[in-house]
Design a protein around this ligand. Sequence first.
Ligand code: PLP
Length: 362
Amino acid sequence: AFNFCAGPAALPEAVLQQAQADLVDWQGRGCSVMEMSHRGKDFVRIAEEAEQDLRDLLGVPDNYKVLFLQGGATLQFAQVPLNLLRGNASADYVCTGVWSEKAIAEARKLGGVNVVASDEANNFRAVPSLSAWTPDRDAAYLHYTPNETIHGVEFDFIPDTAALYGRDVPLVADYSSSILSEPLDVSKFGLIYAGAQKNIGPAGIVVVIVREDLLGQVPAGTPTMLDYAVAAKNGSMYNTPPTFSWYLAGLVFKWLKQQGGLAAMAEVNARKAARLYAAIDGSDFYGNPVALPNRSRMNVPFTLADAGLEKTFLAEADARGLINLAGHRSVGGMRASLYNAVPEAAVEALTAFMADFEQRHG
Ligand code: PLP
């Protein structure tokens, strides 16, 4: 089957095969990779290699910590303000969809939030034009969601905080659904976080990449596990980490290197998305409402002109091995997620099915 799930998403087949072998007997050690101490030398090597491979792929500068944490991107919605708000300050947030809204709601519990720009009135179909942004010059940081997984809206630029604020305001990004899909200049960010279950590995881990000077400023009373500085000081092993997820993420990083790294992935991802959008735009039978420059390369929502045919579309697609194409429950319709592990052949099969379905039902 070709799996278009938005998350937990498809993993590379080669990675799953390797994991299958290591699950029973890790490198002849007589135990599974899930059954070894996280402090033993075997797992410490797995963990260190995973971090190094991720650093290599993204070119993470030396003055950034890479953390492997728990609680998903959702806990980051709270952990970011806890660590970066510094007392009573307020932070700036751009609102481009459901995930931005959730991040904003959580930050509001912990301090002030200024929504710099929102596309809500437009039903989240575009990134608001920079000329309409209203930054608060005292903001502790600027938060945005480069790729909105549900609405399929992706930024076509990285906000330049020096230009917006006239000073170094840390840029914070929820990269959950587009990290590792193309090269990224990490030095432009104060902090990046990404839940693993799309382009990194299985669920259970969230990667945080944070500039060192932003660490160690949590208010008194902050729970130990929510202080980035504690995680950094303990190599993300203050408590028992999700070892299997970490190990599998490491295999995915090695697979990405074998594919030629992020520049190579970016080319393939661009081709996949272009092919699917061309199929949608090529007929009145299918539609996608997102403004052209902001169409997501990773998550492609689409509708049928006759919404009454959706169930049939999904059932027929499923029967042909094109699985997990239902849109998010909050918006309906269809959604094809095209993360790194989704091969070009999957998009070929999907577009062929779409043409055939239209011919029979259009
Ligand atoms: N942010 C984005 C952009 C997402 O797509 C998701 C999940 O799909 C989340 C946050 C929430 O992630 P988690 O379920 O790991 O907390």
